[in-house]
Design a protein around this ligand. Structure first.
Ligand code: NAD
Length: 458
């Protein structure tokens, strides 16, 4: 299959149907930059945010079963990250990585330069901390690029509204957009979802989700050391800062929230939340170390969400559904394998009550999400996960705001909340200030439930 342009033509068709002069002008208006792909079916990739997940997502994209791909450009704000990612990918995919020095970009405008190396219909991977999703996605839409973006896609009400609007624009432009809530592509969970729709456990009345572990990611962060700017320190430790990541709730718990709401086929309408900072030691980040959220759906059903980052406690990373006729394990431990199963009563893990279990080897949902995206691109089928990704991000923010403010937070309240954590995120520069400042004691503003109630921190 030939490379498709955003107008639905491939290059050869464009030349044939418009005549050489018109085609030259049409192609020129797309300002196709340095990479001129041969007339083959290769889809070119640009990686923006070359950290752990970005490198992993690039691997999945290079390994996709849906036709040839090639990485041609990379961007990051930290050159070491880009160099390490490039080194590893080049070793593992020698024939599919073609990113010479002139297509490696460092800085806050690097994403534009990397995307300028692609042509409409290629794919950009947005795998920076989520704060940067909306400006990067806006530019990808302008360039007519298909997109893979990691979750969360927004961290607060205002950025969710931006993403919902950008999502609509991208649908109108027929762009294919995958969002890294990969559990939606999991074979075991998909089979469970089908069985739940076929009434295997009756009406869902309760969902439970747990992610309880020791300190995770950069959720616990000590004061800025010398030798790094305030801004790069906050970006490096993005789980610590609500503007950058939405914190531990948005970043860590969103997968559980999303898989539970998928099984219910609904989003909750309101949330009550609890949490606290127990053993913070020298950590200066904005997170609580326990979160407990009760979400309510329109039909009155509940989702109980428990998050804890605390060593020495009972650990669990799983989601469950309880229905009027039975119960189900949605996921067992971490993201994969899910080992989804159904029980006839409410006694999860009762061997006698087991009705169904997926019971086969589970392919990686990280690979499946890429196979699905690339298949949709190549067959030009509608494929756009932005609305769902933005809504899942909003539900995570709703629970977090409920815990941080101590207020009952409705869907409408979080969606219409005007507290944008980092309004100027699209204008940051390497030598400029960070969106959040520490106080004289070196600590950052933390949530104060019951005291600061209109926004998550003062
Ligand atoms: N789906 C999953 O299971 C999963 C797993 C891990 C991470 N993630 C998500 O992936 C994203 C990245 O997480 P990570 O663990 O890879 O973090 P990371 O810190 O390893 O990587 C992020 C990279 O982005 C770079 N970066 C930051 N701001 C940038 C900007 N403005 N322009 C260009 N580069 C920039 C950083 O320097 C870093 O190299 C997050 O949204 C996270 O939630 C998803």
């Amino acid at each position: 299959m030939r490379e498709k342009l955003s107008n639905g033509f491939n290059r050869r068709e464009l030349l044939k149907t418009t005549g050489a002069a018109a085609a030259v002008s049409a192609l020129a208006s797309m300002s196709i930059p340095s990479v001129h792909a041969a007339e083959d079916s290769t889809i070119q990739l640009a990686l923006v945010g070359c950290g752990g997940r970005g490198t992993g997502a690039a691997e999945d994209a290079l390994r996709t079963t849906a036709g040839p791909t090639k990485l041609v450009a990379m961007a990051d704000v930290v050159s070491e990250k880009l160099t390490n990612s490039h080194g590893g990918l080049s070793k593992r995919f020698a024939n599919q990585v073609d990113v010479p020095e002139e297509r490696r970009f460092i800085g806050f405008d690097g994403y534009k330069k990397a995307m300028d190396c692609l042509k409409p219909g290629d794919v950009v991977l947005l795998t920076t901390p989520p704060a940067f999703r909306w400006p990067m996605f806006a530019y990808a839409i302008e360039r007519g690029l298909n997109v893979f973006m990691e979750k969360p896609v927004a961290v607060d009400g205002p950025t969710t509204r931006k993403m919902l609007q950008l999502g609509e624009e991208s649908v109108k432009k027929n762009l294919k957009v995958g969002v890294g809530l990969m559990c939606r592509h999991c074979a075991a969970r998909s089979e469970l979802h089908k069985r739940i729709k076929d009434d295997a456990i009756g009406e869902i009345v309760l969902l439970r989700a747990y992610r309880a572990a020791g300190p995770t990611g950069s959720a616990f962060t000590t004061a800025k050391p010398d030798g790094i700017s305030e801004l790069l320190y906050q970006i490096k430790n993005f789980h610590a800062f609500l503007w950058a990541s939405g914190g531990a709730v948005s970043d860590f718990l969103i997968h559980n929230v999303d898989e539970c709401c998928w099984m219910k086929d609904a989003w909750p309408v309101e949330a009550k939340g609890f949490g606290g900072r127990h053993y913070r030691g020298n950590n200066v980040d904005q997170n609580f170390d326990t979160y407990s959220v009760e979400y309510t759906f329109a039909d009155g059903a509940k989702l109980m969400l428990e998050g804890r980052c605390m060593p020495g406690c009972y650990d669990e990373f799983a989601s469950y559904a309880h229905g009027t006729k039975g119960s189900a394990v949605i996921s067992t431990k971490s993201h994969t394998p899910a080992r989804s199963r159904i029980y006839k009563g409410q006694k999860i893990d009762s061997k006698d009550d087991l009705v169904w279990s997926y019971g086969q080897n589970e392919p990686s949902p990280y690979q499946l999400e890429w196979n699905d995206l690339m298949t949709a691109i190549r067959s030009d089928k509608p494929y756009n996960e932005v609305k769902r990704g933005a809504e899942a991000s909003l539900v995570a923010s709703m629970g977090r705001m409920a815990a941080h403010t101590g207020q009952l937070i409705t869907w409408d309240r979080i969606l219409n909340c005007d507290h944008e954590f980092a309004p100027g995120v699209d204008k940051l520069t390497l030598d400029g200030p960070a969106p959040l400042l520490a106080g004289a004691d070196g600590k950052y503003p933390i949530p104060q439930p019951g005291k600061v109630t209109k926004r998550e921190y003062a």
